[in-house]
Write a protein that binds this ligand. Sequence first.
Ligand code: NAD
Ligand code: 3PG
Length: 313
Amino acid sequence: MSKPEVLMTGPYPTWDMEDLDSRYVIHRLWESKDRDAFLAEHADSVRAIATRGELGASADLMKRLPKLEIVSCYGVGTDAIDLRFARENGIHVTNTPDVLTEDVADLGMALLLAAARQIPAGDAHVRDGQWVKGNMHLTTRVCGKRVGVVGMGRIGTAFARRAAAFDCTLSYFARTPKPDLPYAFVGDLVALARQSDFLVVTLAGGEGTRGIVSGEVIDALGPDGIFVNISRGTTVDEAALLDALEQGRIRGAGLDVFLNEPAIDPRFARLQNTVLQPHHGSGTVETRQAMGKLVRDNLAAHFSGAPLLTPVA
Ligand SMILES: NC(=O)c1ccc[n+]([C@@H]2O[C@H](COP(=O)([O-])OP(=O)(O)OC[C@H]3O[C@@H](n4cnc5c(N)ncnc54)[C@H](O)[C@@H]3O)[C@@H](O)[C@H]2O)c1
Ligand SMILES: O=C(O)[C@H](O)COP(=O)(O)O
């Protein structure tokens, strides 16, 4: 039997590419010189898209592939996939939940610690020879503080567990209370920010959460507050965040996600009170291997008629 044809929107690590190449005919969209011509050439044979969280699959792309059966996403966030179009057209969508949760939560904790304890500044103090001239300025304690988690899903819950181990007091904002969790539910995001020392965003992206962390929420966090975002850049009013950081209206931030990645607003690079990461929450070998395996297992399940492991649509 001939191999199913799969359109890939961007590359995966070598260990995935080798396996995918052995099982499927892979069409590498990112290598095409003329995207329209490339899609037209393979339109009648592509049965699957293997994509990444940030590349997604738009309705426009899916429309051009009339034989499309499944979109398998390397990432848990499906905000860049037009789920409505997929559902209306009977196209399956899968993602990679759970396998990345712990590493993303780890990075969230690392960003909080790095921003509060100003680890990059301490590193520079030692590295640049400033230490012999004098001691570094004092920083902010993390343990025992009040942490507000915005969006209490898998990653939010894993982050809260870590913060609890630092003896922090946890409260959270979600659409509905989670009675199984031993943390206080706060249904008003401004109120949550006002009563928190640190605000940590772990929400899903997409239109439902766009700009939900508004200027008002950031101001409510206050001049001693630290903001951490490990969700999507879209969840925060980024201009308001930048203004607040530049003007010292919040103490600092730890950010893994931004608008317009990777060409982020250059104002971020000039901030001394902010720790930046290149959307690397899931960026460990262990997690990326597990994510790639899940993408491949979902495709294999689909093409063998078995139930999908992690269906979204
Ligand atoms: N930084 C990274 O590298 C990285 C890695 C993986 C995931 N992520 C992001 O983290 C997000 C969360 O992942 P997860 O596995 O925890 O997903 P999840 O679905 O378990 O959690 C998302 C939470 O957001 C909540 N939510 C959605 N819309 C909301 C709204 N309008 N108001 C309040 N709460 C709302 C949901 O109820 C859910 O609890 C992903 O969607 C992705 O965007 C980032
Ligand atoms: O590559 C990514 O975007 C992240 O590592 C994981 O994807 P997600 O953030 O879409 O889950």
